[in-house]
Design a protein around this ligand. Structure first.
Ligand SMILES: Cc1cc2nc3c(=O)[nH]c(=O)nc-3n(C[C@H](O)[C@H](O)[C@H](O)COP(=O)(O)OP(=O)(O)OC[C@H]3O[C@@H](n4cnc5c(N)ncnc54)[C@H](O)[C@@H]3O)c2cc1C
Length: 542
């Protein structure tokens, strides 16, 4: 679908074509549209921008019995209607399962249509990552990012305003007086109990920074599309105004398959919409298809001039993949408050640096999916047999527990990468190969973090849910087209322009040279606003 049926997108030379409408693409594209640029957004998934779009909301689309036995085409359709990615990952790292569907976004708003809305800044020292990991062997960690925290600071503040971030100041960041947050509702009893417990242990909890309007009875929709506008995402905050107020055009159900370059410019963006091939032209092309797909698109766009893939003279495209080490833990609280106790409310950063090691952040996780959802994803006969009992006891346990999460920084390694599959597209799904396994350095820091968290949560009873070693936990994927000053060791320059291609930019999570120990979205948004300003300064004609 194109938003304006009178426009044939292939007949226009767009000021910029943005591929992907998630945190990077939606934010940058809206800023350029507001500046009067003629913008085309190309999105391979469906629209979920309007109430009458054909979507599955307020619950997981695949939370139905027998989902694993459903014909592939129906399953893909179901995911697409829930705003989920339909890509297929071939995991070549030797971990099980060998193929999986990544739990990330695949419609307008990208992963932000599903995300948990935690919108936190990186720390200033995250921009000089080697300083915290001086002795690590084998990692491709750069000394520093090509920009520092002070460069991004005004764009962080702008992104916080754009995404209407609520929360309270982190006591461990006294310098961030420009971080003007909207107030959060008072803590609910379970979170207040944990907050007081953490303070009692000498830690510095605060109210998590979150892009949520907290409408009455907000269920903190996480992992699925919300039917109201509680959630600030790239769809409602960026894409919708870009289309409605600034005349941007949106093409949905349109998968970009390759870019054709001549000399040092991209000339054509080749897409597939249903059975039709579309060839689009733009003065600038901005890739924002996510850190799994963007590098694969570049590698698939090889040519005589770019035999290793487009923008890949450094051989870094697709490498240095990071995904954070994310664990979950259920804390059995004394306060009884089954539903609202699940809301994402608090965080602390006392373990960001701990015992001489850089670890990461601690946050409330938010609601877990229903127990029936996990059972529906299993294939064993015994699961079907024990289902009623497992659902009953699982939900009882969940009702008493507050789920918390730790996000630990993982380092970039050359061998951790995405690659094109032999079959780029099998008629139904984009296919991507992935190689990633936790390294000894990550495993040892993870053990330290787990011990520190268990210690601080004593005497509460804990249920370990873990998750860090699962490659399926790929929601924070980043790093696969890193930016840097040296064209020999990075794909993009400091403005996120490809070193090798004059009119090509990348603004999704691919640009991260290191992952930090914090949720990535606010940094993606701030950087996208910064790159949009660079493009405005450069002018509509490259
Ligand atoms: C369940 C969940 C919870 C999360 N919670 C948080 C959180 O609380 N805080 C936080 O900071 N982060 C969170 N994240 C991560 C965050 O959402 C992502 O880091 C962020 O959205 C990535 O932005 P992006 O621009 O790189 O890609 P995305 O937002 O994923 O956007 C990529 C877009 O490209 C489109 N696309 C892909 N291939 C093509 C193609 N070939 N042609 C055209 N379009 C294409 C996709 O459909 C998608 O719309 C969460 C993610 C998930 C899945």
């Amino acid at each position: 679908m194109a938003t304006d049926p009178a426009v044939r997108p292939q007949d226009v030379v767009w000021d910029a074509i943005v591929v992907g409408t998630g945190m990077g693409g939606g934010t940058l594209g809206a800023a350029l549209a507001a500046a009067g640029w003629r913008m085309l957004f190309v999105e391979r998934g469906r629209s979920n921008l309007y109430p009458n779009d054909d979507c599955i909301r307020d619950g997981l689309p695949d939370d139905i019995p027998n989902v694993t036995r459903m014909p592939e085409r129906e399953y893909v359709e179901l995911l697409a209607r829930g705003g989920r990615s339909t890509d297929l990952i071939e995991d070549i790292s030797g971990l099980k399962p060998p193929t999986f569907t990544p739990f990330i976004g695949g419609g307008t708003g990208g992963s932000t249509a599903l995300y948990g809305m935690a919108l936190e800044r990186l720390f200033a020292e995250d921009f000089r990552p080697r300083s915290a990991h001086p002795a690590v062997d084998g990692s491709n960690l750069p000394e520093s990012w090509p920009i520092d925290y002070e460069t991004l600071r005004p764009w962080y503040a702008a992104a916080e305003r754009l995404y209407r971030v609520h929360g309270s100041a982190d006591p461990l960041r006294p310098g961030d007086t420009d971080c003007q947050l909207l107030p959060s509702p008072p803590l609910t009893p379970t979170n207040a109990e944990l907050f007081a417990h953490l303070q009692g242990k000498g830690l510095h909890p605060y109210q998590l920074h979150i892009g949520c309007e907290h409408l009455p009875d907000c269920q903190n929709c996480q992992g699925y599309l919300c039917s109201r506008d509680c959630k600030s995402d790239a769809g409602n905050r960026c894409l919708r105004p870009a289309i409605e107020q600034h005349g941007a055009t949106l093409l949905t159900g349109c998968t970009v398959t390759r870019l054709d370059a001549e000399g040092t410019s991209v000339r054509r963006v080749v897409c597939r919409q249903g059975d039709t091939e579309l060839v689009l032209r733009g003065r600038y092309v901005v890739l924002a298809a996510g850190a799994l797909v963007t590098p694969v698109l570049l590698l698939n766009s090889h040519s005589a001039d770019f035999p290793q893939g487009l923008a890949n003279s450094s051989d870094q495209v697709g490498r240095n993949l990071m995904r954070h080490c994310i664990d979950m833990l259920m804390v059995q609280m004394n306060a009884k408050e089954p539903v609202h106790g699940q809301i994402k409310e608090l965080a602390f950063n006392d373990f960001y640096h701990h015992d001489g090691q850089k670890l990461g952040t601690f946050q409330s996780f938010g609601p877990l999916p229903p127990i029936a959802y996990f059972l529906n994803q299993g294939t064993g006969w015994w699961l079907r047999l024990l289902r009623p009992l497992l659902v009953y006891f699982g939900e009882q346990l969940k009702a008493k527990g507050l789920v918390v999460t730790t996000i630990m920084e993982d380092l970039p390694y050359q061998k951790h990468r995405v690659l094109p599959s032999e079959k780029a597209f099998d008629g139904l799904r984009q296919r991507i190969r992935l190689n990633y396994a936790l390294q000894p350095y990550e495993l040892s820091r993870l053990a330290t973090l787990r011990k520190a968290v268990e210690e601080v949560l004593k005497p509460y009873k804990l249920v370990q849910l873990r998750g860090a070693s699962e490659n399926r936990a790929i929601a924070h994927v980043c790093g696969t087209c890193r930016f840097g000053d040296d064209a020999r060791t990075s794909v993009l320059d400091k403005d996120c322009r490809a070193h090798d291609v004059d009119n090509l930019y990348v603004v999704d999570a691919s640009f991260f040279p290191s992952s930090g120990g914090i949720n990535p979205s606010l940094t993606i948004a701030a950087n996208a606003l910064r790159v949009a300003q660079h493009l405005k300064d450069r002018g509509r004609s490259p």
